[in-house]
Design a protein around this ligand. Structure first.
Ligand SMILES: *Cc1c(COP(=O)(O)O)cnc(C)c1O
Length: 488
């Protein structure tokens, strides 16, 4: 039986709209001491415009909002590239241990040996998993890891005498790759994806020269395909003195199977909120550790946790370091969760993760390939990209399919990305979904493909089961309304 089969039910008035003058959320006994008034110059002229409600009204408002939030805990969330997998509750249990949760970053090293030891071990695990030599845990997200990694490449090239000018990036890359390159002061050279959806070594060779600091490459790429020429590509970049940055967002397809470091990658970020089951959060803390080969180790951000004979110490004095990229040690609570996950899974468990993630994506591919156009035919890994080519014949687009999916109670997949596929529908099931869930999702997708033929208008007006219908997204983006009009 389908859960959430009646769509999303979002609607809740603003607190300002339910406010009643004089209503209060608390009561305190009046103080026996005379009140000290602030100086007149600092006093408000008018009362602040704040909603006035009782405590139960406030609790109900936020509890309802939390229930109406669609999440990985409510139903299938097939957002491609984002690896929306279940967050095991054992991670939460361990992250709440008093010794972790109540540790203070300014405590003397000798009083936080457990925390330092955990970070040191996590660095070793991530190095082993990726085939690299050293790791920094500080970056707070994948994009932040990219920034850190490119700063490392820049520091390395500068030490060699010339920071160089350009970074090569395949056109299937995530938008953060070119954005990061620009932030670090590099010009981006776009490399065209080959006809089979993969990066071609000879095209890299054409663009690679002594002006190029390095290449950023995602493997498997955002089409869910393994870059079969990766070794050759790395060798070409290295032969001209460049370094290779691996975007590790898709590590879920490689765990205990293949190591980017072994293929020639010099620096790589992980997304702990993707591969290693820490919550994605709603803009909450993330973690994007960066792993490097020996040649880049001297430039890693400070501080570093170092193991000495009588315990772990925090080192700040590293003259070649690019400096700090984050306060203290990064988002430590996320590091505890990822550590717990890796210890829970072990090498065999991680291998099984990858096998099931790839199996699940291929299952969806097989079930949907007659209903949705598959732009690339070969060797699917952990995610699968379809297009709306078949639906377009009836005037139905990827956007319509995504909106209609909400009526069936599922989060829409990633759409219109990667840019190299027109009308892309990018589905990543992850290994934590059961066959029954995948079947319910595929049944819904197939039903939608049938609707597109018989009743295209139904799709063009979708969603129908949500309290708000199709939004005018262009208008919403052009005419931002960020303030509530209090006077109205
Ligand atoms: C998610 C993702 C990123 C960015 O990671 P964030 O943690 O969201 O900053 C970069 N590249 C790819 C391929 C991704 O999927």
């Amino acid at each position: 039986m389908s859960t959430g089969g009646r769509g999303f039910q979002f609607q809740e008035p603003l607190l300002f709209e339910v406010s009643r003058e004089g209503r209060e959320g608390f009561s305190l006994p009046s103080s026996a001491k005379p009140r000290r008034e602030p100086p007149a110059a600092l006093r408000r002229i008018k009362d602040p415009r704040l909603p006035e409600l009782s405590e139960p009204d406030v609790i109900r408002h936020f509890t309802r909002l939390s229930q109406w939030n669609f999440s990985i805990d409510t139903n299938f969330y097939p957002l491609g590239s984002c690896t929306m997998k279940h967050n095991p509750r054992v991670n939460e249990e361990v992250a709440r241990y008093t010794g972790f949760a109540h540790a203070h970053p300014y405590q003397p090293d000798e009083t936080v040996q457990g925390c330092l030891s955990l970070m040191h071990a996590l660095e070793r695990y991530l190095a082993e998993i990726s085939g690299m030599d050293a790791v920094t845990l500080q970056p707070a997200a994948g994009a932040h890891g990219e920034l850190t990694g490119l700063l490392l490449i820049r520091a390395y090239q500068t030490a060699k005498g010339n920071p160089r000018k350009k970074i090569l990036i395949p056109d299937s890359a995530h938008g953060t790759n070119p954005a990061t390159s620009s932030m670090v002061g590099y010009e981006v050279v776009q490399i065209k994806t080959g006809r089979e959806g993969r990066t071609i070594a000879s095209l890299i060779a054409q663009e690679m020269n002594e002006d190029v600091a390095g290449l950023m490459i995602t493997n498997p790429n955002t089409l869910g395909l393994y870059e079969t020429e990766i070794r050759e590509i790395c060798a070409i970049v290295h032969s001209k003195g460049g370094l290779v940055y691996g975007d590790g967002a898709n590590m879920n397809a490689l765990l205990s199977k293949a190591r980017p470091g072994d293929a020639g990658i010099d620096v790589l970020h992980f997304n702990l909120h993707k591969t290693f089951t820490t919550p994605h959060g709603g803009g909450g803390p993330g973690a994007g550790p960066v792993a490097v080969k020996k040649i880049l180790e001297p430039y890693l951000p400070v501080p570093r946790v170092v193991q000495k004979e009588n315990g772990f110490v925090v080192e700040h004095n590293r003259p070649q370091s690019v400096g700090r990229v984050k306060a203290f040690f990064g988002n430590f609570g996320m590091l505890v969760r990822a550590y717990t996950y890796i210890r829970e899974m072990g090498p065999e468990g991680l291998k099984r993760v990858t096998e099931l993630a790839v199996l699940n994506a291929n299952y969806i591919r097989a079930r949907l390939k007659d209903s949705y156009h598959l732009p690339f035919e070969t060797g699917q890994m952990h995610e699968v990209v379809f297009s709306d080519k078949f639906q377009k014949e009836n005037g139905v687009t990827t956007m319509d399919v995504a909106k209609r999916l909400m009526d069936y109670g599922f989060a829409p997949p990633t759409i219109y990305f990667p840019l190299v596929v027109f009308g892309a529908i990018m589905i990543e099931p992850t290994e934590t979904e059961s066959k029954e869930t995948l079947d319910r999702f595929c049944d819904a997708m197939i039903a939608i493909a049938e609707e597109a033929k018989k009743d295209p208008d139904l799709l063009r007006k979708a969603p129908h089961q949500t309290k708000l219908r199709r939004l005018d997204e262009v208008k919403a983006a052009r005419e931002l309304k960020l303030r509530f009009n209090f006077e109205a």
